[in-house]
Design a protein around this ligand. Structure first.
Ligand code: SF4
Length: 403
């Protein structure tokens, strides 16, 4: 509907950004990244609300160590948010993140920026250069007489040169400000001078509804001019609201398709008890284009699946050759592994027709929970609790953080 400005395409994990890729939604977890289970639960909730890429803070070694455990279990790519310490960027890459966000205003030494860019190039990790009106380089502030769009664009282009010096081009840029007219003008000017993908946002927009309005005013204005490849609402609210707002804005502007069944699935990891890709694919086919606007989850293991996808309306997790069905995180029934897809469809139809409460009322949830606990305990006995080998990565991270 809107002619989008041509940008080059990069990838954050498997998600394309820029070029002819759909505009993507980003958000950020607000948990401590070292709290692995809490962060994963939030990531699953965000993915369910329409978030395509998620950012987690990486402000200390414990956060990087958390990332080593989160990345293999996240359904969407993870970007590490780096504050002042460039070493945390190196640690996050060691943990396997798909992208980094650097604020050049905070990491001022060119040799540090270049060291990060060189390693990102070797690991195929994308980087967002996040210029922020509030932390503009004092020299540019002086030169342009304040926080001006020109100063923000110059800051971005200056940083870009460091990346170009080490032949690194997996870059996207943001020039956020809390003032809508300022950010709109900065992005317009930036879009005139570069074809690098742009990440849009109004920073510190505040709590809804004012925050939602401010963010929408800035982001929607630019999207309707064809500017912007990925967006984030920065709200003082539950991040799920950010993701939902981003998704709804894109749907409202006709930039993303509205879904019927929203099927989410874990990416699989060392703990998976089934071929998650195959089961998710068969579930997709079984639901086809039925008008069932529920979120349905396919999870590889009963150890973490029901917790990670507890926001889903209905989900199934594998364990010990059985499928454990759960509704809003509550175990409700157990089926044979080869009946997982059929059971999922049957439960989704029932919930759609009669509601969640009625679905739960027809079964013995205590019995289902006992069965799930039994299989969970067996898997933990069989495989231990570090099937993703995060321990080895953590040792490396500690070494690098101390170097
Ligand atoms: S297999 Fe289990 S732990 Fe691994 S990503 Fe899937 S649900 Fe999470």
């Amino acid at each position: 509907m809107y002619e989008r400005r041509k940008t080059r395409q990069i990838f954050v994990g498997k998600v394309p950004v820029g070029g002819d890729a759909p505009v993507t939604v980003q958000s950020m977890t607000i948990t401590k990244t070292a709290d692995v289970e809490g962060t994963l639960q939030q990531i699953y909730a965000l993915a369910g609300a329409g978030c395509d890429i998620v950012r987690c803070t990486c402000n200390e070694a414990a956060a990087a160590e958390g990332l080593a455990q989160i990345v293999p279990r996240s359904p969407i790519p993870i970007i590490a948010d780096i504050h002042h310490q460039y070493k945390m960027a190196l640690a996050a890459m060691e943990a396997g993140v798909h992208g980094l966000r650097l604020n050049p205003g905070n990491i001022r030494r060119p040799e540090h920026i270049k060291a990060v860019a060189a390693e990102a190039r070797d690991r195929n990790v994308s980087i967002r250069i996040g210029v922020n009106g509030g932390s503009l380089d004092p020299a540019l502030y002086e030169k342009w007489g304040g926080i001006k769009p020109e100063a923000m664009v110059e800051s971005a282009m200056q940083e870009l040169r460091y990346f170009q010096e080490v032949d690194f081009d997996l870059v996207k840029i943001s020039v956020k400000a809390s003032s809508v007219p300022l950010m709109v003008e900065a992005y317009r000017q930036l879009s005139d001078v570069t074809d690098i993908p742009l990440h849009l946002g109004v920073t510190e927009a505040g709590p809804p509804p004012a925050g939602l309005l401010k963010a929408t005013a800035g982001i929607a204005t630019l999207l309707m001019e064809g500017i912007g490849d990925t967006i984030r609402y920065s709200l003082t609210a539950d991040p799920v609201e950010e993701a939902r707002a981003g998704r709804q804005l894109l749907e409202a502007l006709g930039l993303r398709e509205r879904k019927n069944v929203d099927l989410i699935a874990c990416p699989s990891c060392g703990r998976a008890e089934i071929d998650v890709i195959d089961v998710a694919k068969r579930a997709m086919e079984a639901f086809g284009d039925r008008q069932i606007p529920l979120q349905v989850a396919v999870m590889g293991c009963v150890v973490n699946g029901p917790g990670e996808a507890r926001e889903a309306d209905i989900g199934i997790a594998a364990g010990n050759k059985r499928g454990h069905l759960f509704v809003k995180g509550r175990n409700v029934a157990v089926v044979a592994e080869d009946e997982m897809v059929e059971a999922l469809v049957e439960w989704a139809e029932f919930i759609h027709e009669h509601g969640t409460e009625a679905a739960i009322a027809r079964v013995d949830t205590a019995k289902a929970e006992r069965e799930a606990a039994k299989d969970r305990a067996k898997l933990l006995d069989d495989k231990g609790d570090d099937v993703n080998h995060a321990g080895a990565k953590i040792v490396e991270i500690r070494k690098r953080a101390q170097a």
